[in-house]
Design a protein around this ligand. Structure first.
Ligand SMILES: [Zn+2]
Length: 161
C-alpha cells in the first residue's frame, strides 16, 4: 500500500512526529478549520484529527478523514495501525520530523564536528534532512520511540480480541 499523504490538526503534534519518522508526508497546521479543510481538499490529503466536529465537516465535504479518539500517543498509534498504517522503528525511511522533507543517508566522515563527539564515536550510520540539514542517527532516543511503537502494536493486536 502506498503511503497516503496526510494533513493533521494542531492537537496531534506527537503523532505527527511518529508519522514523519515512519516516512509519511504530513502537513501539520495551526489554522482555522476552513483552512485545514481547504488544504486537504486542494492537495487531496487525508485529514487526521482529534476534533470530532472537524472530522464530521470533512466527511460532509467528501474529504477523506480519520478520527483519532485517544489522548495517549501509543493508543493513537494503535488506532492508526488498525487502519493499516505502518510505523518504523529505525530512521531509514524517515522524513524529517521538523520540516517534513526527505531524509537521505550521509557518510560518517561528513558529519564529523556536526554531531556530539560521543555520538560520532559510537554510531556509524547517519541520515541528513535534504531541506533543513538536521542530522539523524539511530541513537538512544530511538529506544523510547521503539518502545512506544511496540506498545502500540500490542494494543492494536489486542483490540482485535
Ligand atoms: Zn528537515
Amino acid at each position: 500500500m502506498e503511503k497516503p499523504k496526510i494533513i493533521a490538526d494542531s492537537m496531534l503534534g506527537r503523532l505527527v512526529r511518529y508519522l514523519r519518522l515512519s516516512g509519511y508526508d504530513v502537513l501539520y497546521m495551526r489554522c482555522s478549520d476552513e483552512e485545514i479543510l481547504g488544504t486537504a481538499e486542494r492537495l487531496s490529503r487525508v485529514l487526521i484529527t482529534r476534533d470530532k466536529e472537524l472530522f464530521e465537516k470533512a466527511i460532509n465535504k467528501g474529504i477523506k478523514a480519520i478520527y483519532v479518539k485517544s489522548q495517549e500517543i501509543d493508543d493513537q498509534i494503535a488506532e492508526l495501525i488498525n487502519k493499516g498504517f505502518k510505523f518504523n522503528k529505525t530512521p531509514a525511511e524517515a522524513r524529517c520530523p521538523i520540516c517534513n522533507s526527505d531524509v537521505e543517508p550521509i557518510e560518517k566522515e561528513k558529519v564529523k564536528g556536526r554531531v556530539p563527539e560521543r555520538v560520532y564515536n559510537y554510531i556509524d550510520e547517519f541520515w541528513i534532512c535534504k531541506k533543513c540539514g538536521k542530522i539523524y542517527w539511530h541513537g538512544g532516543h530511538w529506544k523510547s520511540i521503539k518502545e512506544t511503537i511496540e506498545n502500540a502494536e500490542r494494543k492494536a493486536v489486542g483490540s482485535y480480541g
